[in-house]
Design a protein around this ligand. Structure first.
Ligand code: ADP
Length: 443
């Protein structure tokens, strides 16, 4: 089976968030199952031609994805050269025009390449126009593009987040043969008014074709036993490893406080619509009052950045705020913190809880979407139900009780979290089954 995986970003070539992680690690896992899978992403100016050895061909670039061997097409360079650095891309109409052109380049690739994908796997809204275009294609046209008589063509769209460019995504939901969301719970949630972002009717109409597959994380990137950015450790010596990483982090960020006191972190985009930023901000003072130290790493909403900067100054030594994207610091925070706060209003899957668990850092999370599917309450983390500061503060206080008074239980939880399996193996198999389903539907 030949599959073209289309995304807006893919680590290590380019990444701003979880989609970059997924597009960089899911195709290699699918390839291990014997599927001939290739990747197509935009050719952003920050993708360095020399560093990645890019060959130019028919107006696009061809390279491989890091050391995975996955062939990667870099499309529409003329469009994205004008768009500038990927990190600066915001949710604008202009962005929709760039990706409409990206979609044309995707269709062009399917049409002209000698390698003929049978499944086009689109991610989020970016290739929606390509799906709409390809929906109209009949067998005769396919053959005029070089497909053989027996070859089929089908499409799948994966919903990573409904809240961006929802109108464009609507087209993809309408056009794709099969749809999946990035966790079983989110796949159910998006059928409800509360989470459908206005697309309830469209999603309900396709409910028989919607599946949920939990994301995984790349264990080659996120492995505390091999991670060069931290003091390496494994479950067998969790306590010593965590203590050393915590000590280093406290020193680096200039935090004070009691040596053994609990250290919690927030890592992520400062997006108030999704990430529960105000809930975290409104809980900070009470957490500090409990004797908890807080580390924040994130960037995004300007107002949130301003308030967090002020709170960092007000609670200096207790709250550390770093307002930027910093991959290395993120690794040190996952390794050095005791717990990770995830107060998201909705979370399609979320990777940070899986990463944190891998580093023996227990998530304290709002019980929604993929958080609910990946964290086991009282076993590998702490889940809470109500989306208010009160809910978060109570959960932190509950976690702190275990941390302070029942060290053995905390350690057992952390080790269990480190040993939980969030590798891609199982989910990759589920994607292959969906590809087969899509091909059956379109035949
Ligand atoms: P989303 O995709 O909604 O942003 P996820 O939890 O799925 O959230 O993935 C976020 C990814 O981006 C994780 O790999 C996380 O470590 C990384 N990340 C987010 N913000 C930052 C930051 N400020 N610095 C470094 N890494 C970050």
């Amino acid at each position: 089976m030949k599959v073209l995986f289309v995304a807006a970003e893919a680590a290590p070539l380019v990444k701003v968030g979880g989609l970059g992680d997924v597009a960089g690690s899911l195709p290699p896992a699918i390839s291990k199952l014997g599927i001939d899978i290739r990747l197509a992403i935009p050719w952003y100016p920050e993708i360095d031609t020399r560093k990645w050895q890019i060959r130019q061909e028919n107006g696009y670039g061809v390279t491989v994805l890091g050391d995975t061997g996955i062939v990667t097409y870099l499309l529409a360079p003329e469009v994205f050269a004008k768009a500038g650095e990927h990190q600066a891309i915001l949710a604008t109409k202009e962005e929709e025009r760039w990706f409409a052109k990206f979609s044309i380049a995707v269709v062009e690739l399917v049409k002209t390449s000698s390698w003929k994908p049978e499944v086009l796997h689109a991610n989020d809204w970016h290739a929606a126009e390509a799906l709409a275009e390809l929906e109209k294609i009949d067998r005769e046209t396919l053959q005029s593009w070089g497909y053989s008589k027996g070859e089929n063509f089908a499409t799948l769209v994966t919903i990573h987040n409904l809240s961006y460019h929802t109108k464009v995504l609507k087209k993809a939901i309408h056009s794709a043969d099969v749809i999946n969301a990035v966790s079983p719970t989110y796949a159910r949630e998006i059928l409800t008014h509360e989470y459908a972002e206005g697309l309830q009717k469209e999603l309900q109409a396709r409910r028989g074709d919607i599946y949920g597959i939990l994301n995984g994380i790349d264990y080659r990137v996120w492995d505390p036993a091999k991670d060069e950015m931290i003091f390496k450790f494994a479950p067998a010596y969790f306590q010593a490893g965590k203590a050393e990483n915590k000590e280093r982090l406290i020193k680096e960020l200039g935090l004070g406080g009691e040596r053994g006191g609990m250290l919690v972190a927030f890592v992520g985009r400062l997006d108030p619509h999704q990430k529960g930023v105000w809930i975290m901000v409104n809980s900070l003072e009470r957490m500090v009052g409990m004797g908890v130290r807080v580390v924040v790493l994130g960037s995004g909403d300007r107002k949130a950045e301003k308030i967090l900067r002020e709170m960092g100054a007000q609670f200096s030594g207790r709250v550390s705020v770093t307002l930027k994207y910093d991959e290395q610091l993120a690794h040190r925070i996952y390794a050095g913190s005791d717990a990770l706060l995830i107060p998201s209003r909705f979370e399609p899957c979320g990777l940070i809880q899986m990463i944190a668990m891998r580093y023996g850092t227990l998530p304290i999370a709002h019980a929604v979407g993929g958080l609910q599917d990946s964290i086991t309450e009282g076993e590998t983390g702490f889940l809470y139900a109500d989306y208010y500061s009160r809910g978060l503060v109570r959960a932190v206080s509950r976690a702190k009780k275990v941390f302070d008074k029942d060290k053995d239980r905390w350690m057992r939880m952390a080790v269990r979290a480190m040993q939980a399996d969030f590798s891609w193996g199982k989910s990759a198999g589920e994607y292959v089954a969906l590809y087969e389903k899509a091909l059956q539907k379109s035949s």
